[in-house]
Design a protein around this ligand. Structure first.
Ligand code: FAD
Length: 492
């Protein structure tokens, strides 16, 4: 790159994938100019709106992102959604086609904003059935879910369907002492609702067994250590008899489950709250109460599951669940589905023809982040030249799995692919002319007055400061704004 013709990159999304790709790119190709588009007025994606509020240390990666943003070659374009209508009324939208005209490369790093559904009766109709994604967004102050207002006062039992770390986050939020949460940056409305919660018993339910579950030891340990919360024994027939022969990670996890199961210091009857890991159950239906006094009740009363058996063996990490025909009903007035997030194509993609692998829920790519056709020509490697200058990173590249550290690695791999292409003079977008990035896009798509609604990094810093000030007043690290209007009001 040269000062006259720097590499101009548009990054769509300001989560870890967007920032880590930018970091590496700017470090390795001197003079690279990055414009980062974010549909919300505030940055950091799931670091702000996903990671649980009682995990502040996980958010330390924001310091690195701040450092990236301090470069004069970086520009944050907040409150601007690319290729899809903004999901909040104060937001602006720019078409992808405009980015094509004003950048050399576009990096899709827009994460996974939907979730997978169970597809069982009652899921969409009954009050009390929530998606974990919405609940997480709600307690973290995501504007889109600020009105969720889950009713935690109907009963003492809650069911969480799914056994990944998000499911355990949900269980922990329901069980944790509100005075502990009070010190975090949890949304004020969530604190209020959780302080009135009647939930005392949480079932975290999975189709398969402990050897196949997606949760990790740290999250299980945290739940086991909550004060005044006890753990119900797991079905020990699902734990391998010879734990010593297991690899280290599953061995430690199984040992913890076995130990938690036999601990008698905090038996369920002695404590106010409790939780369990309920294995080998497939959800079949959510049902309302059917008492004669409320014949048309729309309030969830129970969830019916079918018991499964694991084949070829419960100890095989790849075992699959087979139905047994036997059912079990768990009464609860609140249930959360937590079976995974899902990426979607930007609506505009179909016109521009950016290939999306619907089955895997990712932008089709060569594994290193180069956008490419879904089909490979028979026997031959597809040339990545078919989509010059288009890349993806993060959850929209790999699917919604892994943690920030793995997202960082896959973002670095995307940056490496871009660097490789740049060095080998592979064609980029608009290679034959000088492009002006945001200045070009802005002059093409913004109407007069729109400019004021675009949030730059300075704007975010002011919102950040205002949130910290609000927090100080109530002895908390931060009190988040939960409406985009409130965020924009800070900027006058
Ligand atoms: P995201 O972080 O989702 O970022 C995508 C960004 O793109 C968002 O800001 C979004 O608003 C923006 N965007 C979307 N569409 C558009 C558009 N059209 N135009 C402009 N911008 C757009 N990892 C850990 O290491 N520790 C944890 O404790 C942890 N807890 C988690 C808890 C939950 C509930 C979840 C869901 C994940 C958790 N993770 C945790 C995983 C971690 O959050 C992810 O690995 C990581 O955030 C993925 O990064 P990303 O940049 O791909 O996506």
């Amino acid at each position: 790159t040269s000062p006259e013709h720097p590499l101009r990159v548009a990054v769509i999304g300001s989560g870890p994938a967007g920032f880590y790709t930018t970091y590496k790119l700017m470090a390795k190709i001197q003079g690279t100019k990055v414009d980062m588009y974010e549909s919300l007025p505030v940055p950091f994606g799931l670091v702000r709106f996903g990671v649980a509020p009682d995990h502040p240390e996980v958010k330390n990666c924001q310091e690195k992102f701040e450092e990236v943003a301090s470069s004069p070659d970086f520009r944050f374009i907040g409150n601007v959604s690319v290729g899809t209508k903004s999901d909040h009324p104060d937001g602006l939208t720019v078409p992808l086609a405009s980015l094509f005209r004003h950048y050399n490369a576009i990096i899709f790093a827009y994460g996974a904003a939907q979730d997978r559904k169970l597809g069982i009766p009652g899921e969409d109709q009954l009050k009390g059935v929530y998606s974990a994604r919405e609940f997480v967004g709600w307690y973290n102050g995501l504007p889109q879910h600020a009105n969720l207002n889950p009713d935690l006062t109907q009963g003492e039992e809650a069911v969480v369907i799914g056994q990944g770390n998000v499911a355990l986050d949900v269980a922990r939020m329901l069980l944790e002492d509100v005075d502990v949460l009070r010190k975090t940056d949890i949304a004020a409305h969530a604190l209020e609702t959780l302080s009135q919660s009647r939930v005392k018993r949480v079932h975290v339910v999975g189709r398969r067994g402990p050897m196949q579950a997606a949760f990790t030891i740290k999250e299980v340990r945290e739940l086991m250590k909550l004060s005044n919360v006890s753990f119900h024994p797991v079905d020990t027939s699902l734990l391998p008899p010879d734990l010593k022969s297991l690899p280290r990670a599953p061995r430690r996890l199984m040992e913890m489950l076995a130990k938690g199961t036999t601990a008698i210091s905090q038996s369920p009857s002695e404590t106010a709250k409790s939780w369990s890991l309920d294995f080998c159950l497939t959800p079949k239906a959510f049902s309302p109460s059917s008492s004669s006094s409320t014949p048309t009740s729309t309030q969830l009363a129970s969830t019916t599951f079918e018991r499964t058996t694991l084949s070829p063996s419960p100890f095989d990490p790849n075992a699959y669940a087979l139905p047994t025909g036997e059912t079990l009903t768990l009464p609860s007035s609140i249930a959360f589905r937590s079976i995974g997030y899902k990426s979607t194509p930007l609506p505009e993609f179909s016109d521009i023809n950016i290939p999306f692998d619907e089955r895997r829920g990712i932008i089709s790519n060569d594994g290193r982040g180069r956008v490419q056709h879904e089909e490979r020509t028979r026997g031959a490697e597809m040339s990545h030249g078919s989509f010059p200058g288009l890349y993806c990173a993060g959850w929209v590249k790999t699917g919604p799995t892994g943690v920030i550290a793995s997202t960082m690695e896959n973002a670095f791999a995307t940056a490496d692919a871009i660097i490789e292409d740049w060095v080998s003079r592979t064609p980029f977008l608009n290679a034959d002319r000088n492009v002006h990035g945001w200045e070009g896009v802005k002059s093409e798509v913004l109407k007069s007055g729109d400019d004021k609604r675009v949030v730059d990094w300075q704007g975010w810093r002011r919102i950040d400061e205002a949130e910290r000030d609000r927090g100080r007043e109530t002895g908390r690290s931060r009190e988040k704004f939960t409406r985009t209007g409130e965020m924009l009001n800070v900027l006058g």
